[in-house]
Structure formats: structure tokens, C-alpha cells
Design a protein around this ligand. Structure first.
Ligand code: PEP
Ligand code: MG
Length: 530
């Protein structure tokens, strides 16, 4: 029998080979039995659920711990659980009463305008499923997980994921699920490969089947053929070696062999991942992509944005934190914000162009940034700038926000204002922009210089960030920065590629910002250079 390749979407990257463990009904989140129980039965289930969650939360102090603390609060909240007891008193079964109480709460969270509270609905459902399982007398799921287990289910709750991860989970395959869910964030933070949206996973994959989970390709291969298995085993060994090297170098100071100190900062897309990083391993945050603050339901409000920026400053412990304003559009459409699809999205209303066209949305972010700037070394960076007027406009807006905030009696400060250099006009005329720093976005710069879209496989052979034309523009910006006495960094993916580091340093760059996973390998590459 040949191999079967199932496709989905990678929600947490990585490669794994393991045996399928199919979630049984009741473990994937489906409810079981019709428990005919009384109030005492429910009280016992609540107490046991509390004990299970407490046990799970014992040594977690990151966002996973926060999710579990929220779940314990729910169980302790009389106004939340009491209606179930009232229903039981009026003759409802335990299960029916519980379903009603939770349905009301889930609906309440789901209808909230704030995406933060909407995401909480999944955590409420998670508690519901735990209670239903306890009422039906089932033990903790996945209690006998074989080595290299790949959990295959319809969907997965955050707390069950944490339970399974403790037992040594190799990967997760979900028929439904979403890359934006809490459980996907937890998987990324814990480096467990996860593929979601694999329709028919439960039907096609048998319990115990040997699986190759390639989350980078969004593929799950059942009964892979020998050639594929061997190639994957080789990749796993390479990845393990690379990971060991990265771990060994991650904490070192980035200096060349002749003692030239290079600043290495990190790019952050998902602040949850910072929980596992030591700020001392980097020279600060060179790029925060803030698209995670926006979704179809709108933007996170000013107070929550402010809290998130402050949290980043707190994490960095005095190191600079460079927050990029919203960079929607192009390869990052956001429904409800970027509007109708454009014929040429990369040349249209994206980045700063969109923010200036939606002042009501932009103002919320600028106010939150101006407030956070009063609490630490925050820098604000503007994406997709193509002409100097755009920066002038942002500077004026930001200045007005600071004045307004101070007039309202709030703490605020004008942060250093910089620009992404990712459009050829900005690179060629960098000197003309009144900025406090430049950060070169080689991902976009390459696509605009070579006229080859970064997300178009048919022209991937022309998309070359190391092409001499791109390198020449990088040199222009480095020289402009030197002449003007302002910092220049490079935060595109090129900075994280060891093979490119030598060329970048030769061009005069002394500041790179890379994905956290690349910290070790980049420091290793720097140490090899003169
Ligand atoms: C870039 O274009 O190089 C960059 C860092 O920005 P993004 O990849 O988010 O467009
Ligand atoms: Mg870009």
C-alpha cells in the first residue's frame, strides 16, 4: 500500500515522525453520555476539575498559566456556576444544566467586541468539556501516550494540549482548528509541530498509523514510503544538530573574531513566544509586527495595546523595543480593514498608506505607543514608507497625540521615530527622510527591486534578496545612516541567514534583527567573520 498525503495548514512549524493516537469521543471535545446526576455529583466534578487544573498549572507562570488561572476563577465564580445548581433543583439532569450554564457564558464571550475576550470563549468551552468528562466518569485523556505520539483529533483544547505535552507529544494533527487559536499559540511557544484543517484526518488515519508531520509544508503523510522516511530522518538529524548549535550560541555576545561588536536584536510576531526567551540573549527587539493586534473583528483597544507594549518593555528590561505600526495589506490582508481585494495588493493601500487612510484606526495605535513611550526605551517604526511626506505626517500625528495625552493628564512621551526601508525610492533617497533610525526590510525590498512577488512560487527563482541590486541599495542606506549619524539595522529574513551575514557586515551593517530561532546561528556566523 502506498503512502497517503493529507494537506492542511501549518499552525506551529517543525517536522515529526510518530505514531497516530486518535482522540476517542469525549477526548476531542465531543461530549459523552447523559449523566443523570444530582447537585452533589456536580459539586464533586467541580472540585475534581479544580484539582486537575491546579495540578496542570503547578509550574506554569507564562500565558499557559494565565489561561489555567482564568479557568480556576470560572469554577470558583458562584454567579457562573449557580444557575446550573438552580436548574438541577428544578429537575434538569446535571449534564443539561451544565450545558445551559456554559452555553450562556460562551455566547457572552463570543459576542464581546474585544478579540481578547472572544478568544476566552475557547477557554470556557475547555472547562465545560472537562466537567462533562468528569461527570461521565472518564479519567484524564491521553493517560497512556506512547513514545513519539502524534495526537489526531477534530480539535484540541488548551488544557488537554498542556496535559499531552507534559507526556511527550511529538506533533498534533487537527481536522479543524485554526492557526490563530490559543492552542496553536501554545504549540508554537512549546515548539510542538501542529497541522490544522486536515479534513478527514480522523477517517483516513488509523490508530497507531505511522505518520510524518511536516508542519512547514502543511502536510501529514500516512505510511510514508521508505525514501520519504529516510529523507525526513536526515532532516530531523540536521534540525537536531542545528538546534544544538543554536542553543550553544544563543547566549553568547555577538562579536567578530577581531572583536567587532554587532548588535543582534529579535523580531517578534507573537509576544507569547517571549515567555521562553531570555532578554539577555539579545540586544533588544528590532521589530514587533503588530498585525496580531488586529483581526476581522477590529483592533485591540488603546488600553490593551498600551498594556501589551508595556509588557514588551518589561520583558526587554531596559533594552530598546521597536514597535512597527500596523503593516496590513499586500501579503497581510485583514478582513474589514484592508477592504476589497486590489488588482495589485503589493502596490496598493498597504502599510503606512493604509494607516494614513484610516486615521481612526491609526490614532488608537499611536496613542497607545505615545503612552508606552513614557515607560521605557520604545521606538516607533513606520512600514512601507515611499516618500518623506509620509514620515512628516506620522511625526505630526504622533506629536499631536502626545500633546493631547499630556493635556488629559496622562503620562506620554515622543518616541524616536524610524522607518522601514523596503521600497526602492526610500532606499535611493534615504537621506531625504527626517527619521531617527532606518531598518531595512529586505523581504519587501527584494520583491520591489526584482519585480518578483515574495509569495508567488512561479517567480521564486527571481526573488533573490542577495542580488547585487538589493545589496547596492542596502549600501546606500548604510551610507545615508552614517552621514546623518542615525542607526541602521536590517530586520528582513536575510539577517537570519548565516550565509548572508558576511555580505551584510561587509556592507557596513552593525545591527541585525532576526527571528528568535535564528539568534544562535547568526551569532555563530558573526564569530567566524574577521
Ligand atoms: C521586510 O519586508 O523585510 C520586513 C521585515 O517586513 P515584513 O516581512 O513584515 O513585510
Ligand atoms: Mg515588509
Amino acid at each position: 500500500m502506498g503512502e497517503t498525503v493529507l494537506t492542511g495548514r501549518g499552525a506551529s512549524s517543525g517536522l515529526a515522525i510518530g505514531s497516530a493516537v486518535l482522540a476517542r469521543r469525549g477526548e476531542s471535545g465531543c461530549t459523552t453520555g447523559e449523566a443523570k446526576a444530582d447537585a452533589l455529583h456536580l459539586r464533586e466534578a467541580i472540585d475534581r476539575a479544580r484539582a486537575e487544573i491546579e495540578n496542570l498549572a503547578a509550574d506554569l507562570d507564562d500565558d499557559a498559566g494565565e489561561i489555567l488561572a482564568f479557568q480556576i476563577e470560572l469554577l470558583d465564580d458562584g454567579s457562573f456556576m449557580d444557575p446550573a445548581f438552580v436548574d438541577i433543583g428544578q429537575g434538569a439532569t446535571c449534564k443539561a444544566a451544565l450545558d445551559r450554564a456554559f452555553a450562556a457564558q460562551v455566547a457572552l464571550f463570543e459576542s464581546d467586541d474585544d478579540p481578547y475576550f472572544q478568544a476566552r470563549a475557547a477557554d470556557v468551552r475547555d472547562v465545560h468539556e472537562r466537567l462533562v468528562r468528569l461527570l461521565s466518569g472518564q479519567s484524564e485523556p491521553g493517560s497512556e501516550l506512547p513514545a513519539h505520539a502524534v495526537w489526531v483529533a477534530e480539535d484540541l483544547t488548551p488544557s488537554l494540549f498542556l496535559t499531552l505535552e507534559r507526556k511527550g507529544l511529538a506533533a498534533v494533527v487537527l481536522a479543524r482548528g485554526s492557526a490563530a487559536s490559543h492552542v496553536a499559540m501554545l504549540a508554537r511557544a512549546r515548539e510542538v509541530p501542529m497541522v490544522v484543517g486536515v479534513g478527514g484526518a480522523g477517517r483516513v488515519i488509523g490508530d497507531g498509523a505511522e505518520l510524518v508531520v511536516d508542519a512547514d509544508a502543511g502536510e501529514v503523510v500516512v505510511d510514508a514510503d521508505q525514501a520519504r522516511l529516510e529523507a525526513c530522518r536526515r532532516r530531523l538529524i540536521e534540525q537536531r544538530d542545528a538546534a544544538a548549535l543554536a542553543r550553544a550560541w544563543r547566549g553568547r555576545t555577538p562579536v567578530t573574531s577581531s572583536g567587532r561588536r554587532i548588535a543582534v536584536e529579535i523580531n517578534v510576531e507573537d509576544p507569547l513566544l517571549l515567555d521562553r526567551l531570555d532578554p539577555a540573549d539579545c540586544d533588544g527587539i528590532g521589530l514587533v509586527r503588530t498585525e496580531f493586534l488586529y483581526d476581522d473583528a477590529g483592533a485591540v483597544d488603546e488600553d490593551r495595546q498600551f498594556a501589551i507594549y508595556r509588557r514588551l518593555l518589561g520583558w526587554a528590561k531596559g533594552r530598546p523595543v521597536t514597535v512597527r505600526t500596523l503593516d496590513a495589506g499586500g501579503d497581510k490582508p485583514i478582513a474589514g480593514l484592508t477592504g476589497e481585494p486590489e488588482p495589485n495588493p503589493f502596490l496598493g493601500l498597504r502599510g503606512i498608506r493604509l494607516s494614513l487612510a484610516r486615521p481612526e484606526v491609526f490614532a488608537v495605535q499611536l496613542r497607545a505607543l505615545a503612552r508606552a513611550a513614557a515607560h521605557g526605551p520604545l521606538r516607533v517604526m513606520v512600514p512601507m514608507v515611499s516618500v518623506p511626506e509620509e514620515i512628516d505626517e506620522v511625526r505630526a500625528l504622533l506629536g499631536r497625540m502626545v500633546t493631547d495625552l499630556l493635556a488629559e493628564g496622562r503620562a506620554a512621551a515622543m518616541p524616536p521615530l524610524g522607518m522601514m526601508v523596503e521600497v526602492p525610492s526610500a532606499a535611493l533617497c534615504a537621506r531625504d527622510f527626517a527619521v531617527d533610525f532606518y531598518s531595512i526590510g529586505s523581504n519587501d525590498l527584494a520583491q520591489y527591486v526584482l519585480a518578483a512577488a515574495r509569495d508567488q512560487p512561479d517567480v521564486a527563482h527571481l526573488y533573490r534578496p542577495m542580488h547585487p541590486s538589493v545589496l547596492r541599495l542596502i549600501r546606500e542606506v548604510v551610507e545615508a545612516g552614517r552621514d546623518k549619524g542615525v542607526l541602521v539595522s536590517l530586520c528582513g529574513d536575510l539577517a537570519g541567514e548565516p550565509a548572508a551575514v558576511s555580505a551584510l557586515l561587509e556592507l557596513g551593517l552593525e545591527r541585525l534583527s532576526v527571528t528568535p530561532a535564528a539568534l544562535g546561528r547568526v551569532k555563530h556566523a558573526i564569530a567566524d567573520l574577521p
